[in-house]
Design a protein around this ligand. Structure first.
Ligand code: IPE
Ligand code: IPE
Ligand code: MG
Length: 248
């Protein structure tokens, strides 16, 4: 029996988020420059997106560039930005063919103009698609997102003091980049690192975490299937006790 057939179609994670890590190490292990790893990471992105779309996953968020990644050598940043542009262009047809809708989270205004322009075009071209929603986290970090939300709340309420009783989770979430996107059910991180690296801190409060040693460029839809099968063996209790959860 194939791994994919073990997946219960009635209990799919609605939203999967992925910290795509290990490109640099993958390349260095092969005696290549780090950017070679990023280039090969694109294949993993393609296969994962197709695999998720094929299963009927509704939301897939990929962490592609963090606000902290600006601290890398300029040569690597430049190469990553060029790769982003070429990938947007080369993958347009595949996204459309697979009925994928593209969204972004993160400080998109802080990206180079060409990246911004290409992203905007692809978002428009795919906006009517009804299958998988692919969310690229670019120039993203969770602390930036949360601070940005607070700034917007203050700006929106400049003229009238805000009613403290109005503030609750739902109120706050509307100001996050992920407003209207359900929280991830499953968070995957590749490359054997056991940390969150400033990704979706608010939204993963109750996500199931899955760590794999696989380096991102080697990640394929079969690895996604493995993560989903593992997810489906978990009991999500949300603070309750097992007996209560089983009743429903
Ligand atoms: C993840 O791979 C991709 C990005 C952060 C852009 P890395 O580039 O972090 O690869 P490692 O972790 O150094 O191997
Ligand atoms: C996290 O990977 C960011 C992305 C995958 C885009 P990093 O490789 O930047 O994370 P740290 O710095 O090792 O935690
Ligand atoms: Mg890394």
């Amino acid at each position: 029996m194939e791994l994919k057939d073990k997946i219960d179609k009635e209990n799919l994670p609605k939203h999967i988020a992925v910290i795509m890590d290990g490109n640099g190490r993958w390349a260095q292990k092969k005696g290549n420059q780090r950017i070679f790893g990023h280039k090969n990471g694109v294949k993993a992105v393609r296969d994962t997106v197709e695999g998720a779309a094929e299963l009927g996953i509704q939301f897939l968020t990929l962490y592609a560039f963090s606000t902290e990644n600006w601290g890398r050598p300029k040569k690597e940043i430049d190469a990553l930005m060029s790769l982003l542009i070429s990938t947007i262009n080369s993958e347009t047809d595949t996204l459309i063919k697979n009925n994928v809708r593209l969204l972004t989270i993160g400080d998109i205004d802080g990206l180079p103009v060409t990246v911004k322009k290409n992203l905007k075009e692809l978002i428009e071209k795919t906006s009517q698609n009804t299958g998988l929603t692919l969310i690229l986290a670019l120039n993203y970090s969770a602390r930036w997102e949360i601070v940005n939300a607070v700034k917007q709340i203050v700006a929106d309420n400049k003229n009238e003091p805000i009613d403290v009783d109005e503030i609750n989770n739902e109120f706050f979430e509307k100001y996050l980049n992920t407003a209207d996107i359900p929280d991830p059910d499953l968070l995957i991180r590749t490359s054997g690192e056991y940390r969150i690296s400033n990704f979706l801190i608010w939204q993963i409060a109750y996500s199931e975490l899955y760590f794999t040693e696989v380096l991102w460029p080697d990640f394929r839809r079969s690895d996604l299937h493995e993560a989903i099968v593992d997810f489906q063996r978990r009991e999500r209790r949300f603070g309750k006790i097992s007996e209560q959860v089983k009743k429903n």
